[in-house]
Design a protein around this ligand. Sequence first.
Ligand SMILES: NC(=O)c1ccc[n+]([C@@H]2O[C@H](COP(=O)([O-])OP(=O)(O)OC[C@H]3O[C@@H](n4cnc5c(N)ncnc54)[C@H](OP(=O)(O)O)[C@@H]3O)[C@@H](O)[C@H]2O)c1
Length: 358
Amino acid sequence: MTTMHRLNATQQGGPMALTTVPKSLPDTDEVLIRPKAVGLNPVDAKSLYYGAVVPSWPIVLGIEVAGIVDSVGDNVTAFKPGDEVFALSTRIINGERGSAFQEFVAVPQQFVGRKPVSLMFEEGASVAVAYAAAVSAIVNGLGLSIPGLPNPTNPSTSAPTPTSILVIGGSSACGGHVIQLLRQTLGPSAHIVTTSSPQHHAYLTTTLGATAALDRASAQLPENLDELRKAASGSADGTGFDAVVDCVGASLEQPHLFGALRVSDDDNAPPKVYAQIFTGPTDLAAPEGVAYRRVMATQLFNGPEKGAGVFELFGKLLEDGYKLPVEVEVVGSGWDAVEGGLLRLSKGVSRTKLVVSV
Ligand SMILES: NC(=O)c1ccc[n+]([C@@H]2O[C@H](COP(=O)([O-])OP(=O)(O)OC[C@H]3O[C@@H](n4cnc5c(N)ncnc54)[C@H](OP(=O)(O)O)[C@@H]3O)[C@@H](O)[C@H]2O)c1
């Protein structure tokens, strides 16, 4: 085969159109993946409908994939043709050949993981971005070391270990990973409080391990800030959290949420950390005394450890009872199904990941 199909987003708002281009070849450090399923990520919808991170049209979108290795570059030893893999795959790293919505996807090897055998390809395609963003939030945002990973912590972000953490958006794909990884990292005594719609509270506490779940609608009202601060009852004084992980960019519209952090009487105490999985379009405007850390999924793989062990750890965690945090819904089969899926995603999902089989 010398050509392949590629799905172009022709202009803002669509339509998307299938084109035929020369088949990609892997560079020396790349794995060439033939997708069996692709995940539809919020950033794809933001790109298609709002032009977010789109330098020019047409463009190939897609940042998460699961499939079969077609071929590998000369420096790749961890994967071989025929392996079943999942990956974070984006044109931000290696141009359009790295975008997920095409028949062959070129991915630098550190962004590729072995698909756990217990997962279908559709489930595998739901994992890489949200999981990596969650790991990054804990490692680069909170400055913590996750057990089982080589220590890729950026020393400049290290902070005292928090005992009381607020995870905003626990029912998002990122949020469900953050809750579980925080529990792994901090142990049973940590007080992990999350926000979501009420129908997810039982799942987030009983299955994913949050200590408590609060109604997101209530948390986003400034007049309920005192109540939110008191929910941090695992903190030293019960009046505010040691750290926040914001998985949905909530403080862009509700800046009072910065007030969920406990204020210290000690002038020399380090500022409390508010880690945000970056949702765009701008950084959150944190008040003085708050250490705002914007984190990206890709940041993990660009650090000194290049993401070593991150996806291997995911496979081990699954064997030990770790859960896919959200329901995986297959919205269709074939590249034609991507555009309809993105339209649906742009209208909002609730503890659900949309994927397309290809
Ligand atoms: N920078 C990066 O590297 C990176 C990586 C991954 C994701 N992201 C970004 O992070 C965000 C989350 O991604 P995702 O895939 O995890 O999203 P997702 O699963 O599609 O998010 C949907 C969930 O968000 C929840 N939610 C929305 N607004 C909320 C609020 N104000 N308070 C509490 N919950 C709220 C909803 O909760 P309920 O249904 O319970 O109401 C819903 O379950 C997106 O903006 C995405 O673009 C960035």
